[in-house]
Design a protein around this ligand. Structure first.
Ligand code: C2E
Ligand code: CA
Ligand code: CA
Ligand code: CA
Length: 278
């Protein structure tokens, strides 16, 4: 690694070139993927502890690359965010989720909330209209849709962000605050955001029950949610011990490998039918 540091800024001449070429290769590949149907969605069930059933699912994007196989979002979403291409990815995801919801609705399934991850870059004044228009085109009630927004999205230009959230919320679409506890949002904002759900990040769930700090953080988030009359979901639940702790602490919903991995649409639908939901 050839590195030089000037005023605390690192310059990696050769690595940087290699990195740039790699990035450009991924970027043009992703553009092509968008145009040629290489993106697909998996759905991870959200399970209600209170109701004892699947009440929704998170849509998670994957890139089915012709040579490299199934690429996880962690390998291309950060780059898509850096280049702005995530806006097109997000448009594709919303469209695909609503098309899927319409198919499930027509197949006679009762509405469940399908959650879409929304990046900060997508969180613009045109978002509420795009959401409304897409729901209308697919003839969907807003109860089918949930948007997951990360804390960092909310930190720039708070008043503008709240105005956009208010417009989305007014449509009847559910909003949840993703990766909660990992960002820098002030608790005082919680009462200003029109959110319905706090989502406890997997980094906290992982430490339950052995790490006392993670336990304390998780149960504090749950109690804040309960006291603010927000719903609360824990992601990354892998063990029955974690489930027991979360249930005892008053958590409403859970998501994680203990219940199900993210599934291709047909497998998700089969799971719903097997559990007698449909
Ligand atoms: P996230 O929103 O925090 O999503 C949760 C991630 O945890 C998913 O990874 C999911 O597969 C994984 N996960 C769920 N349960 C468990 C578990 O029990 N154990 C473990 N080890 N992992 C679990 P995935 O699908 O690789 O997605 C990674 C991230 O990529 C997501 O984190 C989200 O930030 C981003 N992402 C995924 N789809 C989209 C999308 O359509 N748009 C945008 N903007 N970002 C997306
Ligand atoms: Ca999420
Ligand atoms: Ca997370
Ligand atoms: Ca609300």
């Amino acid at each position: 690694k050839q590195g030089a540091e000037v005023d605390g800024v690192a310059f990696y001449s050769e690595d940087m070139n290699a990195g740039m070429h790699e990035r450009m290769r991924i970027e043009s590949g992703l553009r092509e993927a968008l145009g040629s149907g290489q993106l697909l969605l998996h759905y991870q069930p959200k399970f209600s502890i209170d109701e004892g059933r699947i009440i929704g699912a998170e849509a998670l994007v994957r890139w089915k690359h012709p040579e490299h196989g199934l690429i996880p979002p962690g390998d291309f979403i950060p780059l898509a965010e850096a280049t702005g291409l995530v806006v097109q990815v997000g448009e594709w995801v919303l469209e695909a989720v609503c098309a899927q919801a319409q198919a499930w609705k027509r197949a006679g399934l009762a509405p469940i909330r399908l959650a879409v991850n929304v990046s900060a870059r997508e969180f613009t004044a045109t978002l509420p209209h795009r959401v409304q228009d897409t729901l209308r085109r697919y003839d969907l009630e807003p109860a089918w849709l949930e948007l997951e927004i990360t804390e960092s999205t909310l930190m720039h230009n708070i008043d503008r962000v709240i105005a956009i959230m208010d417009r989305v919320s007014a449509l009847g679409v559910t909003l949840s605050l993703d990766d909660f506890g990992t960002g820098y949002s002030s608790l005082s904002y919680l009462k200003r955001f029109p959110i319905d759900t706090l989502k406890i990040d997997r980094s906290f769930t992982t430490g339950i029950p052995s790490d006392t700090n993670d336990c304390a953080i998780a149960s504090t988030i749950i109690s804040i949610a309960n006291q603010l009359a927000l719903r609360v979901i824990a992601e990354g639940v892998e063990t029955t011990e974690q489930l027991a702790f979360l249930q005892r602490s008053g958590c409403n919903e859970v998501q994680g490998y203990l219940f199900s991995r993210p599934l291709p649409p047909l497998d998700f639908e089969r799971t719903l039918r097997e559990k007698g939901w449909a």
